[in-house]
Design a protein around this ligand. Structure first.
Ligand code: PEP
Length: 253
């Protein structure tokens, strides 16, 4: 399986000019990286322009950071699957903890997954515990998230699903405040088991990524010991040279 690298720009940058420069630099710096599927997820407002700048090349795919999970048009402020696809995107991040902290429930997440898949987008579903406890309750938390979010998923769509395990407490932190690669390794085995319990052997096809304060300085250890199929990178993806170093590390492992 090819490794996957997702860039979540979050609510950055603040102008189209900066977004254009950023994708230009990312394209340039990642030009030599081989064997990694890359997905860049800018804010909605830049999707069309970034999509146009990615057109005609195969290395970097476009993704959204969210999607509307329903049909119809009377939904002020929302962005539909069709709009996202027409901008050139193939992926949607769904259930990011920063959205779920605001208001998004697992019921909403589950609907968004179904509508995205139905409309032809691939889904990057984010799950992860808010905190760790010494009794291992956080495992049940992640299991519940997966089971609720994927409750309506048909097995035939598994090839369009990616799981990003992102412990909420490790997102937006310093690069030395993250999960140990050993703990990550255990969690990846656990997530894989939840998927195979639910979907049988086909559950093994779903790539499992890690996200949470990945940087060029901690990525190597996470990649070599974490048992992961790729990474979801937030802030470090806004620094093209650093992001390219992370991509190189993934390509060599
Ligand atoms: C994220 O936005 O999903 C993320 C992991 O952010 P950061 O890498 O900045 O912690």
């Amino acid at each position: 399986m090819k490794k996957i690298l997702v860039a979540n720009w979050k609510m950055n940058p603040s102008s189209l000019e900066e977004a254009t420069n950023l994708i230009g630099e990312i394209k340039e710096k990642l030009a030599g990286v081989k064997g990694v599927d890359m997905v860049v997820c800018p804010p909605f407002i830049f999707l069309n322009e970034v999509g146009a700048l990615l057109k005609g090349q195969k290395k970097i795919k476009l993704g959204s950071q969210d999607v509307f999970g329903g049909e119809g048009t009377s939904f002020t402020g929302e962005v539909s699957v069709d709009m996202i696809k027409n901008a050139g995107a193939e992926y949607a991040i769904i259930g990011h903890s920063e959205r779920r902290e605001m208001y998004e429930t697992l019921q909403i997440v589950s609907e968004k997954i179904i509508f995205s898949l139905k409309g032809g987008l691939k889904v990057i579903l984010c799950v992860g515990e808010e905190a760790r406890d010494e009794h291992g309750e956080f495992y049940n938390y992640v299991k519940d998230e997966l089971e609720m979010a994927l409750a309506k998923l048909n097995k035939k769509n598994l090839s369009k699903l990616i799981i990003a395990y992102e412990p909420t407490w490790a997102i937006g932190k310093k690069e030395n405040e993250i999960l140990s690669p050993e703990n990550l390794h255990e969690m990846v085995i656990f997530v894989r088991k939840v998927l195979t319990d639910k979907f049988g052997e086909d559950g093994r096809l779903v790539p499992i990524l890690y996200g949470g304060s990945v940087s060029k300085n901690n990525a190597q250890e996470i990649i070599s010991k974490g048992n992961i199929d790729g990474l979801l990178v937030g802030r470090e993806s806004l620094k093209p040279a650093n992001f390219a170093e992370v991509a190189e590390m993934l390509s060599k492992n």
